[in-house]
Design a protein around this ligand. Structure first.
Ligand code: HEM
Length: 312
């Protein structure tokens, strides 16, 4: 009989395991898991493996796909229809029209095209993000399966902003997705809400070792006058967060952040946004930046733990 490892707490499509089928208890990524046999679980695991292989193929054909898939998983996990603060729920399929999800229509369509039957959209998005990291040279990330799909978009703003008297505007967290201008205070508050420690948030931000963001360079005058959604979807020049190895999942993001802090960055080597730079402006964050710049294995292990927590 094949043994399957499934998260015990999974919001499962999985029927509750019969006590006799439970054979082993162990712990993976800090979560208690049960090992038991279940035909539905076996189908999901096979489907997830097929999707993982398909992502490897897609990234081999076009390495820039990896960043888009990872960003898709982040945006799905933190904006949840049930108001929880993390855990992929597939609500992203209803949220693509929102401004914060510019350019995520394509990776979502890719996931839907590659997704075998038997996987929820939430599982597929979470698996594709993990596989994209692995296909770019990052760690293999163990995640559970059995997430249920939301049936509607999640609210884009928090019920009540997270604020304290005397806050600067950049300290206040207002939205379910983080704003790129958040200060160190805002960034910490945001990821505390998501349930991550300083070390885990600094590791998760290392996702920006992959991928690019839009610039205004070479845009038509019409686009510069009126920055429509279409202009943003088709921006001709995208700047990599870090230019040394923008398609490789490695720790160069952290050494470039330290070079930025030392003012020894060469022009064009990195194109950070304020929340990246926040990681070297705060003493506790900076300690982890230094540790991840020194130790790629530490970065990989912490990223894998933080990602598994994010998509749960
Ligand atoms: C404070 C937190 C964050 C902010 C403000 C932020 C903001 C952004 C912005 C503005 C872009 C550029 C989008 C574009 O122009 O296409 C971007 C790209 C990206 N983000 Fe983040 N991000 C944050 C955290 C994360 C996290 C936690 C992950 C993943 C775990 C992530 C993964 C990515 C990836 C991979 C890209 C590149 C996408 C591509 O190449 O298509 N980001 N992010």
């Amino acid at each position: 009989m094949r043994l399957l490892v499934v998260l015990a707490a999974t919001r499962a499509l999985t029927p509750a395991p019969k006590p006799a089928a439970v054979t082993r208890r162990t712990a993976v990524a800090g979560a208690t898991v049960l090992a038991f046999a279940s035909p539905a679980g076996a189908r999901r695991r096979n489907a997830a493996e097929q999707l993982r292989q398909a992502v490897f193929g897609a990234v081999a054909d076009d390495p820039t796909v990896a960043g888009a898939l990872l960003r898709l998983a982040f945006h799905d996990a933190v904006r949840r229809a049930d108001g929880q603060t993390r855990g992929a729920d597939g609500s992203i399929q209803y949220e693509i029209p929102d401004a914060e999800n510019v350019r995520l229509g394509r990776p979502l369509a890719l996931v839907m095209a590659m997704k075998p039957d038997g996987l929820s959209v939430a599982d597929a998005v979470a698996v594709a993000g993990a596989a994209a990291v692995e296909a770019s040279g990052g760690p293999r990330i163990a995640i559970g399966l059995g997430r249920l799909d939301a049936s509607a978009a999640a609210p884009a703003t928090l019920g009540r902003p997270i604020a304290q008297p005397g806050d600067e505007a950049r300290d206040v967290v207002k939205r379910t997705l983080p704003e790129p201008g958040l200060s160190t205070v805002g960034l910490r508050r945001y990821f505390r809400r998501v349930g991550l420690s300083d070390q885990e948030l600094v590791a998760l931000m290392g996702a920006h070792t992959l991928g690019r963001h839009n610039t205004l360079l070479n845009m038509t005058k019409a686009c510069l006058r009126n920055l429509t959604r279409e202009c943003l979807e088709t921006a001709p020049v995208r700047a990599p967060f870090e230019s040394r190895t923008p398609d490789a999942f490695d720790n160069s993001y952290y050494s470039l952040l330290l070079a930025w802090d030392d003012r020894s960055l060469e022009r064009g080597e990195a194109n950070f946004i304020p929340t990246d730079v926040a990681l070297v402006l705060d003493a506790s964050f900076r300690r982890h930046v230094v540790a991840f710049a020194r130790s790629e294995p530490l970065f990989r292990a912490t990223f894998a733990r933080a990602y598994a927590k994010l998509v749960r």
